[in-house]
Ligand binder design. Sequence first.
Ligand code: ACO
Length: 333
Amino acid sequence: MDLIYRIKENAKKYGKTIVLPEGTEERTLKAADIIIGEGIAKIVLIGDRQVIEKSAQNYLLSNIKNASIIDPKNHLKKDVYIDTMVELRKKKGLSREQAQTLLEDPLYLAAMMVKMGDADGEVAGADNATGDVLRPAFQIVKTKPGVSVVSGAFFMIVQDKSYGENGVMVFADCAVHPNPTAEELAEIAVETGKTTRAIGGFEPKIAMLSFSTKGSAKHEMVDKVVKATELAQKMAPDMKIDGELQTDAAIVPSIGAKKAKGSEIAGYANVLVFPTLETGNIAYKLVQRLGNAKAVGPVLQGMAAPINDLSRGCSVEDIVSLVAITCNQAAAM
Ligand code: ACO
């Protein structure tokens, strides 16, 4: 069954509430109309009610009347949210006035709604840069226990179904943490394994990528991946993880058999963990553009509640899919 179709069908069963802070943005409104119409999630839109209602009329979006609308400047929970924000950022010396100003920013308000359980998840980024979506999430929702870094995974649906899990591969980190330490890279690998199970519905075979396979090159960058592999194997003994592997050894069986004899992963990896954000981000875009793959994500992992970031070039369908993924993540938590 098609991955996205299955994710949407699952989302319909969960009945989750997702907040969309860019509530006046055209693609967001069109996506919200589809999501509500198909019963994928309940939707909260943040923005000026009059602007939202007028836009819905102009775009002929009949389901928007069933969304909740929150005006960031004036809503019932304003004082509770300000108090909570001051408490959460006490160590940073945040004043009440500063908290009030921050919470008039829809991105901060949405993160606070998720923190307070008034929404199960958030999707934003059609109109805002990644850093602006992530910062409020990091400051308010924070990482889940036992995880120190948030990272971003992409489900890459490639043309050749002999790769990965029937053509589906998971790449990480492609979106968040620029230069992870070995410890952080190990965490990213394990979280990506969990994302693969929760969203992809298949068992991860994780390759820790490098420019070296099993000691073929010596460099401190290789040492980091070797250490991360050992740590990840200890952190998740129930997951199949191997490294360090070059990409060809990870995904081509004949090369894996030659360069990494005896490895269960080499040649058959369905999860690729990149040593830095630079490599992960460049790789997923190359596979997407030159390999004509569909890139679904980034699915942010490691956060205490699901918040996901869109590319500003996203389509309406991308927003619908990411909302459905967010519902699946919320259910898995
Ligand atoms: N995981 C968890 N928490 C984090 C992380 C992380 N990876 N990075 C920063 N934080 C926390 C910090 O601990 C800090 O918390 P505190 O305020 O409670 O102490 C808070 O977030 C802010 O930290 P800063 O270091 O000030 O964060 P900054 O804003 O400088 O950077 C950011 C964080 C925005 C995520 C930065 O790492 C970044 O820009 N990453 C790249 C994002 C990007 O551009 N990706 C590529 C595009 S996406 C795409 O192509 C799909």
